[in-house]
Every structure is written in structure tokens, then in C-alpha cells.
Write a protein that binds this ligand. Structure first.
Ligand SMILES: [Zn+2]
Length: 384
């Protein structure tokens, strides 16, 4: 039999409630200020956050890992994190200018990753103009597909660095690349296209820009004030033509397709080209800078076309523990921003998390990667 609740229980409950209300009205100005300006959350995942994150079997489709380390792979296991390890040919970087070595390192990492990684190959665009360029590139990427590669990357050096014999910049829709794109489509693989750069690359830049660090450290990519360089619009138009001319080729535009400062423009491209999606790598600050409601509306509208990515790297010689710590904090910050209503800090500014619905997070963190990168979870070895 149920015990009757003693009447004095209600009396003490009422007293407690009244006391609590009185306490509210007596809140100090400082406490009220704190409530209106809650502290930002930083650092690694809390156990509860990690459970929610890991439950999605999250996939990061834009990383550069060329080192093998047990602790790092254990971190992937703990986070249930899956990666697409992207190779690229950068003739200005001491390590990335040696594509065959990079591919060997990527394959070594994928093989050791206990099923946590797949890889994306590339080809040397600087062979452009040499006899048999496209045929050789096709043979190489087909060999890489046979070795497990699931995608091919083209990079901003097409459009911003590579020139033809007449000294003109070569654009990504140049006829010389057409057989390569056709082959990727025929093999049902995906093209990752990092073409152009943020708008700030062509503008005067201030420390307030999310790209300030990059252009002060890599001035060779800073186009502002340079004569005879292509405009961003020219490069994106060539990118659009390549997407339109290859309707059966899945193209994933890296870094929000370089339309990070113009979300309506990005939306129009996604509306126009069903074979086009974008990763969010290294452009989360631009989403943070949007009015919050606008960011939520955009992501919900294009929830099938946005793919989570970070552009984080693990280069040979880097300190593995520092790398793993940085990855986890960075993933945790993105997670808090997308999935919770906590505040996060970026470049000294505070942004409130979007608190996106679970179904949207499921798409951005997992489903879209699986759809746009077939084979991403069935690389070498089984996922844990
Ligand atoms: Zn990258």
C-alpha cells in the first residue's frame, strides 16, 4: 500500500521554493552578468560529450596523416573516429612535394589504423604539358584505386600556380584533365577539389581574419596586390564548368568549396549541381561568424550536402601526444559548436553552439561521408 504523504512535506517544499525564488531576485549584478555571459567550454571531450560523439561513428573526410603512431591510433579508437587521409602534390613544401613518398606513408598509416582510415590519392599536376600526361596520371590513380584509394584530390595549385607554355595559369576545367575526371567517374570514385582560397586571399588582410595566420606563414599563396593572377571568380567558374561537364562524377569541394564568405552562393551551387557536395574542413570559423539562426537554417537546408572535415594533420616528426591532444580538443570544439548550445571561443570571440538536431548531426558526421565517399569505412581492415 502507498504511504500517504505527510502534509508538512508540502509545507517545507513550498518554503524551499519561495526561498529559491527570493534567492533569484537577490542575484548579484556580477552573477547576472555571468549568466548572460556564460563561460566558454574548451579542452577535450567530457565523458558525456564523448559518448554522444562516438555513438555517431564520426567520419572526418579531410585530414593529412603521414605518420604511424600507436597512441594516435588508440585515440581514434577511443573517439570512434574514422578518417579520409588525403595526399596532395605541393611542390613548395619539403614533405608534400614528394607524392610517391606521401602515398607510401598514407598507405602505411591506413594499414596500421585498425580500420579507422581510408585514403585519397592525387597526381602530379606539374607534369601538365608533357607528352602522355593524362594517360600516365590515369594509370597511376588506377593503380592507387587497386591499392585501396577511394578518391582523388586536386589542389589549388591548379588555378593559382600551374602555368602553361604560354605563361597562362591553367584552370581546373582545362581539357588536359578531362580524361582523368572521366576515369575517376568511370571507376565510381570521388574527386576532392580544393580550388581557390577564401576571399581574404585577394583582399587586404587584418589579424581579425581567420586566415591571417595562414597568409602570414604562407605568403606565396597570398594573391592580394599581385599582378596577372586569376581572380577567385575565374577559378570558381572553371570549377563549376568541371562539375557541370562531369555530371556522373561526385565532386566534393574542400573547405566549403571556397565559398565560405558567401553562403547564398554556396547554396546556389548545391542547388544547381546534384553531383556537388562540400566538406567543412578548416572553415568552421566562417560558420561561427554567421548569425546563429542563419547558420542553423543553412545547415538544415543542405544537411545532405555538408560533410564534416577538419584539415588536421599529423606530419612525420610531429610530437604524437601533442598531435592527439590537439585533434581531440579541436574535434571537441567543433562538436560543442554544432551539437550543443555551449559557448566556444575562436580567435578570442565567443560563439554559442548551434544545438543541431541529432538527425542532422548523423548526416554531417557520418551518412554523407558514406554516400559521397563509397568505401570510406571498408578501407583496409575492419572498423572496430
Ligand atoms: Zn587539406
Amino acid at each position: 500500500m502507498k504511504k500517504a504523504t505527510p502534509p508538512h512535506f508540502f509545507a517545507s517544499l513550498l518554503a524551499a521554493l519561495l526561498a529559491a525564488c527570493a534567492a533569484c531576485s537577490r542575484t548579484s549584478p556580477r552573477a547576472r552578468h555571468a549568466a548572460a555571459n556564460p563561460a566558454a567550454v574548451a579542452g577535450p571531450f567530457t565523458p558525456a560529450e564523448l559518448r554522444a560523439f562516438a555513438a555517431l561513428e564520426p567520419i572526418d573526410t579531410h585530414v593529412h596523416v603521414f605518420a604511424v603512431n600507436r597512441g594516435f591510433i588508440a585515440m581514434l579508437g577511443r573517439l570512434h573516429l574514422h578518417l579520409l587521409d588525403i595526399c596532395l602534390d605541393d611542390d613548395r613544401s619539403p614533405f608534400l612535394k614528394n607524392l610517391p613518398r606521401e602515398i607510401r606513408q598514407a598507405r602505411r598509416f591506413v594499414a596500421a589504423s585498425r580500420g579507422h582510415a581510408a585514403w585519397c590519392t592525387s597526381f602530379n599536376p606539374f607534369q601538365y604539358g608533357h607528352a602522355g600526361f593524362a594517360a600516365r596520371a590515369v594509370r597511376q590513380i588506377n593503380r592507387n584505386f587497386a591499392q585501396g584509394a577511394i578518391a582523388v584530390k586536386i589542389w589549388k595549385n591548379i588555378g593559382m600556380e600551374l602555368k602553361n607554355a604560354q605563361g597562362q595559369y591553367v584552370m581546373p576545367d582545362d581539357a588536359a584533365f578531362a580524361p582523368i575526371y572521366r576515369d575517376i567517374a568511370r571507376r565510381r570514385k570521388t574527386l576532392v577539389a580544393h580550388l581557390a582560397e577564401p576571399d581574404s586571399c585577394w583582399q587586404p588582410i587584418t589579424p581579425a581574419s581567420p586566415d591571417y595566420w595562414y597568409y602570414t606563414h604562407f605568403p606565396m599563396w597570398y594573391m592580394y596586390g599581385r599582378k596577372g593572377v586569376p581572380t577567385k571568380a575565374e577559378i570558381l567558374r572553371a570549377r563549376d564548368r568541371l562539375v557541370a561537364e562531369n555530371p556522373r562524377l561526385r565532386v566534393v569541394g574542400a573547405h566549403l568549396g571556397s565559398m565560405e564568405s558567401n553562403f547564398p552562393q554556396l547554396g546556389r551551387r548545391l542547388d544547381r549541381y546534384p553531383n556537388f557536395a562540400v566538406d567543412m574542413a578548416a572553415r568552421m570559423p566562417y560558420v561561427m561568424m554567421l548569425p546563429r539562426r542563419q547558420a542553423i537554417a543553412f545547415i538544415e537546408k543542405y544537411q545532405r550536402r555538408l560533410i564534416y572535415g577538419t584539415d588536421l594533420d599529423f606530419m612525420p616528426g610531429a610530437h604524437p601526444q601533442a598531435v592527439a591532444r590537439h585533434w581531440e580538443s579541436s574535434d571537441a570544439r567543433d562538436w560543442r559548436f554544432l551539437a550543443t548550445k555551449d559557448w566556444v571561443i575562436y580567435l578570442g570571440k565567443k560563439y554559442r553552439g548551434l544545438g543541431l538536431p541529432h538527425s542532422v548531426l548523423q548526416r554531417i558526421y557520418h551518412d554523407n561521408a558514406v554516400r559521397w565517399f563509397p568505401g570510406i569505412l571498408s578501407g583496409q581492415g575492419k572498423a572496430e
